[in-house]
Design a protein around this ligand. Structure first.
Ligand SMILES: [Zn+2]
Length: 409
């Protein structure tokens, strides 16, 4: 019997399904200023399981009620590489309950499907990685080096959980990371970058009948939106499309003035206005250069119109990531998928960003995204996962970890 066969023999599918159901039944939606609406109960549930298995998890709160978890399993073959596996505990809100056929936190099983918020994104990924590690542990940890589980909060927010994990050094020196997000059998080697900018304009209130007495805060932003929209086409012609990630996007998503005002005062010039930009990039696009270009548009406009005041703020900056398909972790996942499913998985790209973006940005560790669940089902009503796919994901993780960590150093 190979080490892989032995570990598969120890995979507790029934236990994993039970874990997943109970995990989904804990509504770990983070809602600011709502008592108890956070990841604490879901994290405590994970910590109990890890503790029962003797994995001695490290737990700390990033913010009150928002605990991160790190745990690791050392191989019995001695020193070797460090493999990270990552999955978050938070889920997005169920939204309008009328759109759900099944209760969003019921974990209802119908045939091979389990329904509920977080079944795909990504409590099934967390279940698969935990039970894969448990199976490896029960098989005697037949590998070299270490598997470290990173289980942060707030992936659906500003990713404060993973930022804190990386800042504490838990990704340092890792040879690679598997992000267990739902990617529908694709081995995702690239993730889009995301840059969120805010342009804030300050003017001076005046009566609409005497606009020369004030400064309309909206006007400079409208003038700026034209070159910003044209910048998308410029970047696309410079960089082309990415084979796995597609196009570059620059989308103005919010335009508002006066800030906090309503439409009742149509005869008053707004004294403040905001534009938000959601920019999605591909490898090779330099975010700093985009910021500098837009700042250049602002400077030119404000020189021409000295009464304009526009300030640019970076709300969030997540670079794109790409790992070569020849990387041993990519090849290990590919070979593992072939063993479990009998076919070669396609390479894919992640259109959004994951916690893996932060791991690469802040620690330089290459990431691959692979996990159970459909790519487009997250955040929708009637989110579901195929339970057979959760089993298979755990099997793939077992084979991939054993191949990646086969060599002692
Ligand atoms: Zn997710």
């Amino acid at each position: 019997m190979t080490a892989g066969d032995s570990a598969l023999h120890h995979l507790d599918s029934a236990g994993m399904r039970d874990f997943l159901a109970r995990f989904v039944q804990i509504p770990s939606v983070y809602l600011p200023d709502t008592a108890g609406a956070n990841e604490s109960a879901a994290a405590a549930f994970v910590v109990d399981v890890l503790t029962e298995w003797g994995l001695n998890p490290t737990v700390w709160e990033v913010q009150p009620g928002r605990p991160n978890i790190v745990a690791e399993l050392h191989g019995s073959f001695g020193a070797g590489a460090l493999l990270l596996m990552e999955g978050h505990t938070d889920v997005v809100t169920p939204g309008n309950l009328a759109n759900w056929t099944y209760p969003p936190f019921g974990a209802t099983v119908v045939g091979d499907r389990m329904y509920g918020r977080g079944t795909a994104d990504m409590k099934s990924g967390v279940a698969a990685m935990l039970y894969a590690v448990r199976a490896l542990q029960l098989a005697g940890s037949p590998f070299a080096g270490t598997i470290r589980l990173l289980i942060p909060v707030d992936e659906e927010g500003l990713m404060i959980g993973i930022k804190d994990i990386v800042a504490r050094g838990y990704a340092d020196g890792a040879a690679g990371a598997i992000i267990c997000e739902p990617e529908e059998h694709e081995v995702c080697t690239a993730q889009k970058g995301a840059l969120r900018l805010k342009l804030h304009s300050v003017g001076r209130v005046a009566h609409g009948a005497m606009p020369d007495e004030g400064v309309n805060a909206l006007t400079p932003l409208i003038r700026l939106l034209n070159p910003i929209i044209d910048l998308q086409a410029e970047l696309r012609s410079t960089h082309g499309d990415h084979p796995l990630l597609g196009k570059i996007y620059i989308s103005p998503t919010v335009l508002r003035a006066p800030i906090g005002g309503d439409a009742s005062q149509v005869n008053v010039l707004p004294d403040s206005a905001d534009v938000y930009l959601d920019i999605r990039t591909i490898p090779g696009v330099n975010h700093q250069r985009i910021v500098a270009t837009i700042q250049g548009y602002i400077d030119v406009l404000c020189q021409k119109h000295p009464s304009y005041q526009v300030a640019l703020t970076i709300i969030d900056d997540r670079p794109s990531t790409e790992i070569p398909t020849s990387h041993p972790l990519v090849q290990a996942l590919r070979a593992a998928h072939l063993k479990v499913y009998g076919d070669v998985p396609p390479y894919g790209g992640v259109p959004g960003s994951t916690d893996g973006t932060i791991i690469t940005r802040d620690s330089g560790v290459p990431v691959v995204v692979y996990g159970p669940g459909h790519k487009r089902i997250p955040h929708q009503p009637d989110e579901f996962v195929h339970l057979s796919e959760v089993d298979n994901a755990a099997r793939v993780y077992i084979h991939a970890a054993l191949q990646f960590l086969s060599t002692p150093v």
